[in-house]
Design a protein around this ligand. Sequence first.
Ligand code: ZN
Length: 365
Amino acid sequence: MENLFFNPTKVIFGRGCVGEYDFSAHGKRCLIVCGGKSARLSGALDDVRNALGKFNIAFSVFDRVEQNPTVETCHAAGEAAREQKAEFIVAVGGGSPLDASKAAAYFAANVHLTPETLYNGECRAKPLPIVAIPTTAGTGSEVTQYAVLTNHRISNKQTLKSPLLFPVTALLDAEYTVTLPPHIANATAVDALSHAIEGYFSKSATTVSDALAEKAMFMIGRALPSLAEGRLDAALRERLLVGSMLGGMVISVTGTSFVHSFGYPLTYYENIPHGEANAYFLPDLLNYAMRVSENRVNRTLRLCGVKTCDEFFELIRRVCPCDKLFEREDAMKYARVGENGASTRRGIYEPTHDDCYDMLRKYIK
Ligand code: ZN
């Protein structure tokens, strides 16, 4: 018996879809969870406010989600939802607000949970339903059961995972990605590609996740040259948003692998954006995977529109330069954290102790 696929999120796509969506199906009171900037700048927050107003839904806005949100911020958002007597949450933004909204929904329904007990405590009540509206094309969080949060107790990012955390609905409107600064658009695209590739080389890959991954690699991989040149039109933005959603569906089956495990300490300690942190190690994945599945690597390269691993490496570097170098001591610490990461051994190639350190040695000052 093999569990091929499970993903309960309804996905609605298209320009203006937020304005057309019937939010009243989820209740009469809600909390909007977002960050300080992109939800407003993209126009998504205004669209959500108008749509909620149309249905006379009472709402308040929690806009204090920071980049790489902490467990404490999510707890505060959960309390805000409780105070508002919210029946559902609308999450607007990139991966940070989307992930934070999931933990907030979890906290809101489970009064006994605290930032200290979030990861080990029992989930006694179903988290509030979430309508997720991404404003970046990268995270895929709108269709996953994961919330990746900053946990200072372990000095790293940590994933909260539950089938109850899938958003009920994802509303995808590529117009909201227009205001993204180019380096964020690039980093988030590499994150999405990374989800597809990590899933494709996962021990847990299934026929369905492979099909989704191949399509995602094609849609995102072929967009990389345009991203590198800063040329993005409406059609390309739509492809990236759908590709990113497909990448999310892939990891909802497979989880991520060592690229994410090694990227997390770069984000935690060096403040390197998540997608760019993945770009430091994504080419390594293909090089190592060559040792166990040349066919799969060649298919990946073909789908991404390149011929060799070297060409792939150059393409990724054109999109995300990865030019930050680290002190030896720090690099070795990141290698250690990466080696012990929760998803490091999920891939069909398990990096050895030496591999783990080699991956960081390249980036020593
Ligand atoms: Zn990611």
